[in-house]
Design a protein around this ligand. Structure first.
Ligand SMILES: Nc1ncnc2c1ncn2[C@@H]1O[C@H](COP(=O)(O)OP(=O)(O)O)[C@@H](O)[C@H]1O
Ligand SMILES: [Mg+2]
Length: 250
């Protein structure tokens, strides 16, 4: 199992929850090293239990991208609020982004992660799994703004026409300068594992942004799309193991 030689916070609690088939939820405000190791470990434990260890690196890369996006979006919201700029106004958005450029560093991420926490802007990461499949949900307290949503849809649609990451980068790498590449990377990573790209979703849910990855382990797996779009909420709260996480590095 990946990560076994590293010190993982709440390791026993995580293992026990995974083995009992419980839902696991983390709350975070920025992606710290400790958190990264925990996420890697949860994925490894779940994939081991359900005998799909080969998906480790793909799943971990996809999840990390979603968590970075989510925590960054919350931090960005605080930054805009401080400057009294309206993030939904295209002109003010540009002004804010100009100021943000070159400002983003490890220190900025920690500082604004702490501010997001003080402001109650969370990122939650939820793992639900059975022998039939795994569902990972990342939610953050920031709307996906309209312009971004359209840009993402366009990018993802474009990404769909490529078979692998390399050909996408060859065609787009130089002009997009990394912007908006993360989600396309996720899509193509999933495609590379022959997982239906429709099982990777981004959207708005009640004022939050949601990123969702579903991985079938058996033919019986049912996606939350269509028939039961809210199925993930119906589980009783006492079946959830909450691992509240703050940005302190303990
Ligand atoms: N969880 C999220 N909440 C709010 N906005 C988001 C979220 N995820 C992505 N976005 C928006 O969508 C854009 C595209 O995301 P992505 O493809 O990961 O590119 P990048 O992170 O390189 O900008 C981001 O720049 C951001 O503006
Ligand atoms: Mg990104």
């Amino acid at each position: 199992m990946q990560g076994t030689d590293l010190d993982v916070k709440d390791r026993e609690k995580i293992l026990q929850a995974v083995n009992e088939g419980k839902r696991i939820r983390f709350i975070t405000y920025s992606l710290t090293d400790t958190m990264e190791r925990q996420l890697d470990f949860v994925i490894a434990a779940i994939l081991k239990k359900h005998e799909h260890p080969s998906l480790q690196s793909t799943l971990y890369s996809c999840l990390k991208e979603l968590v970075v996006n989510a925590t960054k979006a919350n931090a960005k919201r605080v930054f805009f609020e401080e400057l009294k700029l309206d993030i939904n106004d295209p002109g003010e958005y540009r002004t804010g982004m100009e100021k943000l450029k070159g400002n983003i560093s490890e220190k900025w991420i920690r500082e604004y992660g702490d501010k997001a926490k003080a402001r109650g802007l969370e990122t939650s990461i939820t793992f639900d799994h059975t022998d039939d499949g795994l569902r990972i949900l990342v939610l953050n307290d920031t709307d996906l703004i309209g312009a971004d949503e359209n840009r993402i849809r366009e990018k993802l649609a474009e990404g769909m026409s490529y078979d692998d990451l390399l050909s996408f980068y060859m065609a787009n790498g130089d002009q997009t300068e990394g912007e908006g590449m993360g989600l396309v990377m996720n899509l193509l990573l999933m495609k590379g594992e022959e997982i239906d790209p429709a099982l990777f979703r981004i959207g708005n849910v009640e004022g939050k942004t949601m990123g969702r990855i579903e991985i079938p382990f058996s033919e019986r797996f049912e996606s939350v799309r269509g028939k039961d779009p809210r199925g993930w909420r119906d589980r009783p709260a006492d079946e959830t193991v909450n691992l509240n996480f703050t940005s302190d590095p303990s």
